[in-house]
Every structure is written in C-alpha cells, then in structure tokens.
Design a protein. Structure first.
Ligand SMILES: Cc1cc2nc3c(=O)[nH]c(=O)nc-3n(C[C@H](O)[C@H](O)[C@H](O)COP(=O)(O)OP(=O)(O)OC[C@H]3O[C@@H](n4cnc5c(N)ncnc54)[C@H](O)[C@@H]3O)c2cc1C
Length: 258
C-alpha cells in the first residue's frame, strides 16, 4: 500500500528543524532512518500531513566520552554504533547495536529513532535502561535530559513534548570491575526480539556483587527492571552456577539467539 500524501521538508540545521516542527504542530513527524516510520505510513497506521526529514542535520552522528559520560548522537545508525570505539570498550553496547535486525536496517535505523519509536520489543530501550541512560531532548526553549525510564512512558509513547527532538543519549561509563551481557531471543534474524535481557554486574574483590542491573525487554509496555532479583544478588559473594544449571542455559554471554 502507498502512504497517504504528505508534504516533505528537509531542514539543514537543528534550529530550522525545531522551528518547523513547532510551526507544523501535531500532524507533522520527524523522519530519521525511516525503518519504523515508513512501514507505518505504508500500512496507513498513521497519516501525518508533513514529514520533517532530519537526516541532513549536521553533527548528530557521533559517540564521545567526556567527564565520565558517554554520549551518542541521535542520528547514529545502529551499525555505526556497533563499530564505534565506545562499543568496542562496552560489550553490551556492541551486542545490542550489532544484533539489531539485518545489515540494511542497521545501516539506516538510528538510536534516536529507536528510543523515540518506544517499541516494547526494541533493543535500545532495554539496553539503555540497563545502563541507566538519559535521553537528551532539544526544543525551542533549549535542551533537557530525561532518564530513560521516564522517557518511555508507555508502549510506543514518550515524554517528548510537541516540537521536541531527541538529539542524543548519554550514560555513565560502567565502573571498573563491571561486566555485562545483552541477549535477545528472536524467531528470525530480521525481526524484533520476542524478549531480551540486559545485565550489568559490578563486583568487588572476592566476587561480592556491589551493584547489578537486570532489565527485561518485550515482557511489558516498557523495559522492566527485575528489582527483586537485583536485591537478592546485591552484597552477596557470587559463585559459578552448578554444572547442571550451566548445561541447561540457552545461549552464552554476548550471544544473540536466532
Ligand atoms: C525488518 C525490520 C526489522 C527490525 N528489527 C529490529 C530489531 O530487531 N530490534 C530493534 O530494536 N529494532 C528493529 N527494527 C526497528 C529499527 O531499529 C528502527 O531503526 C528504529 O526502531 C527506528 O529508527 P529510525 O531511525 O528508522 O526512525 P524512524 O523510523 O525514522 O522514526 C521512528 C519514530 O521516531 C520518530 N523520530 C525519529 N527520530 C527522532 C528524533 N531524533 N527525535 C524525535 N522523534 C524521532 C519518528 O517521527 C517516528 O515516529 C526493525 C525494523 C525493520 C524494518
């Protein structure tokens, strides 16, 4: 099916894009990689009057580290993030970004589009919750940062105000002594995971669990922390699971199930 007719706009600066989105109002939509929005338009599940193509906005594809904060620009494609130095040094970022869909989707789809789409099965919202990330939003009144759990308010719903854009996400580099794993269970390669789990574990000497995040994706409207399991582990000395449990485990660390 063809999308309903719409007007196409291509701003060349962030300021111009924000002006346009504010002026055009609720019936306008930003277009990033189009990997979620275009299928929605073709199915006529949404019929915006105007598309504001943000792909030409400069300086929104980056991954930097400053003062202990890692920041990734909203227009960074998944595949680009997977190959970044940041992903090389934080394995769960590489596992998440490099396992999304297929090469085509990873080349076009962006991290900003993914958090804005707020799909309950989306990989980035689960991973970013595991890392206690914040979403950096920009509007005509300036920037604000929103913790990811407050940003994804419900399935396919965010705290973005009318005319605002996501311009980046940021999170603290995990402590030394910290390691993580992100595993997504999928029926086929180029499909959203049925469910996923992100774990980031920080150990003190003696393998005592100082802190842990366990987050599940695809099991509710938004990514969900497993607070009770985290509490069970915190402060305990961890040992390897018995062999009979290890042999029943599906998948290994950093493995993506297809
Ligand atoms: C075949 C297929 C398989 C897929 N499999 C997976 C998968 O396994 N895991 C996964 O996580 N995702 C998957 N996806 C989705 C993919 O990751 C998309 O790239 C992503 O969800 C949306 O990013 P985008 O840049 O394409 O955004 P778009 O499709 O352009 O936009 C999505 C929504 O966000 C809004 N938006 C976009 N950018 C911004 C911004 N900066 N600020 C504010 N609003 C914005 C748009 O208006 C739109 O409502 C799949 C998609 C396809 C087509």
């Amino acid at each position: 099916m063809y999308p309903a007719p719409f007007r196409y706009h291509r701003p060349s600066s962030l300021g111009e894009a924000l002006q346009m989105l504010s002026a055009l109002g609720e019936s306008a939509k930003p277009l990033a990689g189009g990997q979620t929005l275009i299928p929605i338009l073709k199915l006529r599940m949404d019929e915006p009057t105007d598309l504001v193509d943000i792909n030409r906005l400069p300086d929104l594809c980056y991954a930097t580290e400053r003062d202990g904060w890692i920041e990734i620009g909203a227009l960074s494609p998944h595949g680009w993030v997977a190959k970044s130095d940041i992903a090389a040094s934080i394995p769960i970022v590489r596992d998440c970004a490099g396992g999304i869909a297929d090469v085509q989707v990873r080349s076009r789809g962006t991290i900003g589009g993914s958090v804005s789409a707020a799909d309950p099965s989306g990989d980035w919202p689960t991973l970013l919750r595991t890392l206690d990330a914040e979403v950096i939003c920009s509007g005509l009144d300036g920037n604000r940062t929103i913790p990811i759990q407050d940003f994804n308010t419900a399935a396919y719903t965010t705290a973005l105000a009318l005319g605002e854009l996501v311009v980046g996400i940021r999170f603290k580099r995990p402590d030394a002594g910290s390691a993580g794993s992100y595993i997504a269970y999928k029926k086929s390669a180029a499909a959203f995971p049925v469910c996923s789990v992100g774990i980031q574990l920080t150990l003190d000497p003696g393998n005592v669990c100082r802190d842990v995040r366990i987050v599940l994706g695809g099991v509710g409207p938004t990514a969900r922390r497993v607070i009770q399991a985290e509490s069970e582990l915190r402060g305990k000395a961890l040992s390897r699971p018995p062999a009979e449990i290890r042999s029943h485990r599906h998948g290994s660390l950093h493995e993506r199930k297809h």
